[in-house]
Write a protein that binds this ligand. Structure first.
Ligand code: ATP
Ligand code: NI
Length: 320
C-alpha cells in the first residue's frame, strides 16, 4: 500500500511570552492509503497541532522549524495559502474539529452551508445542488433530510450538527479526513452511531482517516494502525493488534495496561506517575525518561530515534 501522507522530521514551535514551546519535535508519521490511523497520547502531547499542520491551519505564533509533509508525493507544507485552499483543503484533505459548532456558520441554513462547499469544486444548477445536498445528508443517515435544508445550526442537536459536518466533509469527498476527537461533544449513544457512520465511510468511500482521540476503546474498535505520541514526539507506531497485545514503548505499555475497563479514557489515567512535561523546557534525551521505570543512563542523555523492530512496528526506545 502507498503512503497517502508522509510527515518527515517535522519540527514546530510556538512563540509565547514564557518562551518557545517545542510542540512538535521531529515528528515522523506515515499514513497508508485507505487506512484508519489512530493518533493517541495524553493531553498536550501535540495531536491537534499535528492535525492543524497537515490541514495548514496553524495559529499565528506557530513556526515551522524544519521538516516536510508529503501528500500523494507532493510537498504541501510549503505551499502558498492560496494554492493550499484551492487545491488541497476540502477536496483532498478535510478536518473535523473537536467542537462541531465552530465549523458551522450560525447565520447560514444547512442547505447553504453544504452548497458553499460543493460550489468550490463542482458546477451544477440550483436544482441539482439541492438534490446533491439531500443525497449527502442521507449518506450520514440524517432523518428527514428535505426538512433540514432550511434549518439553522442552532435548531439542531449536537449529534445532528456533527452529522451535518460529516455531510459537508463527504460533499468535498476528501481523500484524507482528519478527525480530531470528534465524539467528545456527543453523548454516548450518539457516539456509537457516529462511529458506525465513520466505519461506513471507510468501507463505502475508501476514505483514509487520521483519527485523533483519547478514547482507547474507540481506537481498538475502528483503527488499523495506531501511532502513540508523547510530549511532541511519536514514540511508537504499529498495527492496532500489536499496540494492544505487544506494546513495545514503556509509555504505550503503561497506557494500555492502566486501562481496566473499556470505558476508561486517557484522561482517567492516574496510574502513570508524573505528568506530561511542559514543552518549554522538555527533558533531554528521551522525553519520557523521568516517568519511565526502565530508564537507564543513556535515556536522559541521548534521544532515541524511531526504528523498525519488526515488520511495520516502529518504536523509539533505547531499551528495545
Ligand atoms: N497557539 C499556541 N501557542 C502556544 N502553545 C500552543 C499553541 N497551540 C498549542 N500549543 C501547545 O502545544 C502543545 C500541543 O498541543 P495540542 O493541542 O496539539 O495537544 P493535544 O495532544 O491535541 O491535547 P488534547 O488531547 O488535550 O487535545 C501543548 O503544550 C499546547 O499548550
Ligand atoms: Ni487536541
Amino acid at each position: 500500500m502507498n503512503d497517502i501522507l508522509k510527515i518527515d522530521n517535522l519540527k514546530l514551535s510556538f512563540d509565547t511570552e514564557e518562551g518557545k514551546v517545542e510542540a512538535l519535535d521531529e515528528v515522523n508519521l506515515s499514513i497508508k492509503e485507505g487506512e484508519f490511523h489512530g493518533l493517541i497520547g495524553e493531553t498536550g502531547c501535540g495531536k491537534s497541532v499535528t492535525g492543524q499542520t497537515i490541514i495548514g491551519l496553524l495559529d499565528n505564533n506557530a513556526k515551522i522549524e524544519k521538516g516536510s509533509i508529503y501528500y500523494k508525493g507532493k510537498d504541501i507544507l510549503h505551499l502558498k495559502e492560496k494554492e493550499f485552499q484551492r487545491n488541497i483543503r476540502g477536496n483532498e484533505i478535510a478536518m473535523i474539529f473537536q467542537d462541531p459548532s465552530s465549523s458551522l456558520n450560525p447565520v447560514f441554513t444547512i442547505q447553504n452551508q453544504i452548497e458553499e462547499v460543493l460550489k468550490m469544486y463542482r458546477k451544477a444548477s440550483k436544482k441539482e445542488f439541492k438534490d446533491i445536498v439531500i443525497e449527502e445528508l442521507k449518506k450520514v443517515k440524517l432523518p428527514d433530510a428535505e426538512n433540514l435544508l432550511s434549518k439553522y445550526p442552532h435548531e439542531l442537536s449536537g449529534g445532528m450538527k456533527q452529522r451535518v459536518m460529516i455531510a459537508m466533509m463527504l460533499a468535498c469527498s476528501p481523500s484524507l479526513l482528519i478527525a480530531d476527537e470528534p465524539t467528545t461533544a456527543l453523548d454516548v449513544s450518539i457516539q456509537s452511531q457516529f462511529l458506525k457512520v465513520i466505519k461506513e465511510l471507510k468501507e463505502k468511500f475508501k476514505m483514509t482517516i487520521l483519527y485523533i482521540t483519547h478514547n482507547l476503546a474507540v481506537v481498538s474498535e475502528i483503527c488499523d494502525t495506531v501511532s502513540v505520541m508523547y510530549a511532541g514526539r511519536i514514540v511508537e507506531t504499529a498495527s492496532v493488534h500489536n499496540i494492544f497485545k505487544n506494546p513495545q514503548h514503556p509509555y504505550t505499555n503503561k497506557l494500555i495496561h492502566s486501562i481496566l475497563g473499556v470505558e476508561t479514557t486517557l484522561e482517567d489515567l492516574e496510574e502513570i506517575p508524573g505528568s506530561v512535561p511542559r514543552l518549554i523546557n522538555p527533558p533531554k534525551g528521551c522525553r519520557f525518561h523521568p516517568r519511565c521505570e526502565e530508564a537507564v543512563d543513556i535515556c536522559s542523555k541521548e534521544r532515541p530515534y524511531l526504528k523498525e523492530i519488526s515488520e511495520n512496528h516502529i518504536v523509539a526506545c533505547h531499551r528495545r
